[in-house]
Design a protein around this ligand. Structure first.
Ligand SMILES: O=C(O)CCC(=O)C(=O)O
Ligand SMILES: [Fe+2]
Length: 221
């Protein structure tokens, strides 16, 4: 996972969740008070489809994933920041990082559930919610491609300084996760490291329904 992240700025985590866990998470989607807000993407020009940010306390599985994945990523995040000449460093424990976010006024939870139907899509974007940014995030596909939906591929683009963008499609199956750079990643070049900028999005869903769980490690202002 670490070698792939360093080489391409993203890596797959196959079979992160069981089928039943995916179904249970997708079934949470709806107008209940386990969510703090509801975003209809077309209203903001973000695409078409909708999502809801979880409220605190997060559902136990989401909380457990966020807490358990963070310490595996923090050393990579620290190495990336060093290579990119960025000052921020990340503690080993997610609770410690969150208290820095909270002290800086970034107090609102960012894990989210997304829901797409036929014709929906998610424009290329970056999930930045304030000055504190943990440079890696995770998305888990909760639906089965080819069965629950068609189209709707997870897309990443990378832009190097003064160069054209390159796109990759991440071949996720139900329960698979992708770890990817939130904004910049270090890229080794002939004259040392430089920053490449990543964006992510979802191509148009052709049929059916597609659900995703997003885990972002910084909280929002
Ligand atoms: O639905 C997707 O696969 C993308 C979700 C997303 O933008 C995110 O998790 O930040
Ligand atoms: Fe996103």
């Amino acid at each position: 996972m670490q070698a792939e992240l360093d080489a391409q700025g993203w890596a797959m985590l196959p079979e992160l969740l069981e089928e039943t866990e995916c179904d249970a998470l997708a079934a949470l989607y709806g107008p209940t008070d386990i969510f703090r807000s509801h975003v209809v993407m077309a209203r903001h020009g973000f695409g078409k489809g909708e999502y809801r940010y979880f409220a605190y306390p997060l559902p136990p599985l989401v909380q457990a994933l966020r807490t358990a994945l963070y310490p595996r990523l923090a050393p990579i995040a620290n190495r990336w920041h060093q290579r990119m000449g960025m000052d921020a460093r990340f503690p080993d424990d997610h609770a410690d990082f969150l208290s820095h976010c909270h002290d800086a006024g970034q107090r609102r939870p960012t894990p989210l559930l997304l829901r797409y139907g036929a014709g929906d899509y998610n424009c290329l974007h970056q999930d930045l919610y304030g000055a504190h940014v943990f440079p890696l995030q995770i998305a888990v596909l909760l639906s089965r491609p080819g069965t629950d939906f068609t189209g709707g591929e997870f897309v990443l683009t990378e832009q190097r300084p003064r160069m054209q963008s390159r796109a990759e499609v991440v071949p996720l199956d139900k329960g698979d996760a992708v770890i990817f750079a939130v904004n910049a990643r270090p890229r080794a070049g002939t004259r040392g490291d430089h920053r490449a900028m990543l964006r992510h999005g979802v191509s148009t869903v052709r049929s059916g329904h597609r659900h995703t769980l997003g885990i972002i490690f910084h909280d929002a202002a």
